[in-house]
Design a protein around this ligand. Structure first.
Ligand SMILES: O=C(O)[C@H](O)[C@@H](O)[C@H](O)[C@H](O)COP(=O)(O)O
Length: 232
């Protein structure tokens, strides 16, 4: 694991953009495509500001979601909806490169359909992402994997549904640990004093919280600003 401390949010955005550039170009050079998993929450802002600075072949990108809220795409809560409005217009990405949630079905159905869409995209049952960009909530959750939730033990489903998310909205789909920990790279990007206590509990006290269980086969990076790293 590599912990990268930077001064502030602007530096998080720059650092994240430089990792994405390197990892995307390596993936495209070696395998012809770049599979990336996006998150919601504050990560959206970092990516919408940072990704347009990346020098890459956008046509080779395949974009999925580490988790997504089961809401209409035009809802303010839709993570895809936000990237569609705030990222697509600033890059050469097109909507059809995003693997989006099936609309108008239950969370369980949406998770099954998402699994099928990933199978087609990877042309395999082995979902091996080049990069997952992850956020962490103040309670230590990541994706839609919350402390003490039964989904933490999910070992069969690759994409699972949740209907009792403590963070609203309650209905979501999420990648599970077998997929997350199969990734070539995972990057947490975290800023602000509100995360400092949880960052310490995970990175210093080694508490067994959902974000701490992200232990990919590949590389793991935690990019923190000064406020988030204050208790380390
Ligand atoms: O649905 C969401 O909000 C996200 O996809 C979620 O996984 C997010 O990354 C964490 O909740 C952290 O969110 P914050 O960075 O806003 O605290």
């Amino acid at each position: 694991m590599t912990i990268i401390k930077v001064t502030d949010e602007a530096e998080i955005i720059n650092k994240l953009a430089s990792y994405v550039e390197k990892i995307s170009n390596d993936a495209i050079l070696n395998r012809g495509k770049f599979f990336i998993g996006l998150s919601g929450g504050s990560v959206v802002k970092y990516l919408c500001e940072g990704l347009p600075k990346v020098n890459t072949d956008w046509s080779k990108w395949v974009l999925a979601f580490c988790d997504e809220r089961v809401v209409p795409e035009n809802s303010e809560d839709s993570t895809f909806g936000t990237y569609e409005k705030q990222l697509i217009p600033k890059t050469n990405l097109s909507r059809k490169q995003f693997i989006v949630l099936k609309q108008g079905v239950s969370a369980e159905e949406a998770a099954k359909d998402y699994t099928e869409q990933l199978k087609s995209a990877f042309n395999s049952d082995n979902f091996k992402f080049d990069l997952l960009l992850l956020g962490m909530g103040p309670d230590g959750h990541t994706c839609s994997l919350f402390p003490n939730h039964p989904l933490l033990k999910e070992s069969t489903l690759q994409v699972a549904s949740i209907t009792d998310s403590p963070k609203p909205p309650p209905e979501r789909i999420t990648l599970t640990y077998p997929v997350i920990n199969n990734a070539r790279n995972c990057i947490f990007a975290i800023s602000g004093a509100g995360k400092a206590d949880m960052v310490k509990r995970i990175l210093k006290d080694n508490e067994d919280l959902p974000a701490a269980r992200v232990q990919p086969q590949g590389s793991l990076y935690w990019i923190l600003d000064e406020a988030a790293a204050a208790n380390l």
